[in-house]
Design a protein around this ligand. Structure first.
Ligand code: FES
Ligand SMILES: [Fe+2]
Length: 428
């Protein structure tokens, strides 16, 4: 439970807000590289942290990300001409470079370009994603070299979809491991829609104990489920500040999956989904499979700003007959089920009214870290997680006999290249 003030502090991300200032200290996924397929091609609208921006690929192939609106009289640069390493407003021909600096004013005999600048944010492209940094230039962190961003197709796949609620409740749903065998469960073998199998270790195990271990990038956490034979089924995750989760893919796969919950504004976020294999597996089908509830066309309408096809206005297309006999929700698609429950809480959930229990430990840890980061930035310091200590992290899971030290087995897989094979003592 949070006070109203804390809830406001954590959820609002517009320019000048405490969380907005904090979030602007991190790199964040802004758009997919394929949305800007060619130099001097069509610009794309991007809304991030409540700011309306346009992205364009320059003549040199770099990505500009600038304020959508012309500094002259406010025309949208989405209408603009993308030419000769800049975006030109079609009204009076003012042109801006990637930094947002005005470089030409076609309607002026004596141009005053040097006095005119709009916002322009640095970008980097990695793993088919354009990443943006929207904070103070002198505080720009090292590039976001997550383990997955160093792989390329077909070993990595990434897609995205809008979730019509505040970023924090979307994130809190994603890191909440206790729900995955409930919300996503099948009611019988081979249901007509994909669901977590009744034969999976998670379903066979009991409710989990959640263990949280704070780190210098956020925390590692574990859902430890007791099995009937007294072994333990352990799922190990990482939470990387401020909105990233790495999760294990299911037993026996050399893969990691994960999400970024990036605020579009206070009441919408973009959920980024990535899937990669460090064992050479082809991940390209993850973009199109319907199981995840993220495939374009069936679930996400890419012609409508990546908005969900199943949404609040159509009751997430819940099928009550399927809910009775086939799956727990009657809603198709694993991540679509997540979207439905989180959107159903209303745009910004009222955290003064909730009742958290021990199964919500990771959620409590997230809020503590975020509040600390906001306080650190307010006091002129750095928030946790901007140092590159999150590079190389992986999520992993396994089933371990009663007498086996599961940490000794699991942590080397979660910190594979690091000397650190054991996370710090639990502080939650
Ligand atoms: S409004 Fe853009 S140049 Fe005049
Ligand atoms: Fe889920």
């Amino acid at each position: 439970m949070l006070s109203h003030e804390e809830n406001e502090r954590l959820t609002r991300v517009g320019p000048g807000t405490p969380m907005g200032n904090t979030m602007r200290r991190y790199w964040m996924p802004a758009l997919l590289s394929w949305e800007l397929p060619e130099p001097d091609g069509a610009p794309v609208r991007v809304r991030l942290l409540g700011e309306d921006l346009v992205a364009f690929r320059t003549t040199d192939g770099k990505v500009g990300l600038v304020d959508e609106f012309c500094a002259h009289r406010g025309v949208s640069l989405w209408l603009g001409r993308n030419e000769d390493n800049g975006i030109r407003c079609v009204f009076h021909g003012w042109k801006y470079d990637r930094d947002g600096q005005c470089v030409e004013q076609m309607n002026e005999q004596r141009p005053f370009c040097s006095k005119v600048k709009i916002a322009g944010y640095p970008t980097v492209e990695m793993a088919g994603v354009v990443w943006a940094y929207m904070g103070p230039r002198d505080k720009q962190p090292a590039p976001p070299n997550y383990d997955w961003t160093l792989y390329s197709q077909p070993n990595v796949a990434v897609n995205k979809g809008v979730q019509e609620c505040n970023w924090l409740q979307a994130l809190e749903g994603g890191i909440d491991t206790s729900h995955f065998t409930i919300l996503h469960r099948a009611l019988k073998k081979n249901p007509i829609q994909y669901a977590v199998s009744v034969d999976s270790p998670g379903m066979k195990g009991g409710a989990p104990t959640i263990e949280v271990e704070y780190t210098d990038y956020g925390y590692a956490y574990y859902g430890v489920r007791p099995m009937a034979d007294e072994s333990r089924y352990v799922r190990g995750y990482h939470f990387v500040m401020p909105f990233t989760a790495l999760r294990p893919p299911g037993p026996d796969k050399q893969q990691v999956h994960g999400h970024y919950w990036v605020p579009i504004d206070d009441e919408n976020c973009m959920v980024w989904n990535f899937y990669y294999s460090y064992g050479g597996e082809d991940m390209s089908t993850r973009i199109t499979d319907g199981h995840s509830g993220n495939s374009y066309g069936d679930f996400i309408d890419i012609n409508n700003g990546f908005r969900p096809v199943r949404n609040r206005t159509n009751g997430w297309m819940i099928d009550r007959a399927i809910q009775k006999t086939e799956t727990f929700t009657g809603i198709e698609g694993i991540n679509q089920q997540d979207r439905a429950v989180q959107e159903s809480m209303r745009p910004i959930v009222d955290r003064t009214k909730e009742n958290l229990g021990p199964a919500d430990k990771a959620i409590i840890a997230t809020r503590l870290l975020l509040l600390k980061a906001v306080a650190a930035v307010e006091q002129g310091g750095d928030p946790v997680g901007i140092a590159p200590s999150y590079y190389e992290l992986r999520a992993a899971e396994g089933t371990y006999p009663k007498n086996v030290d599961w940490r000794g087995e699991l942590l080397p897989r979660m910190y594979p290249k690091s000397k650190k094979q054991k996370a710090p003592e639990s502080a939650a």
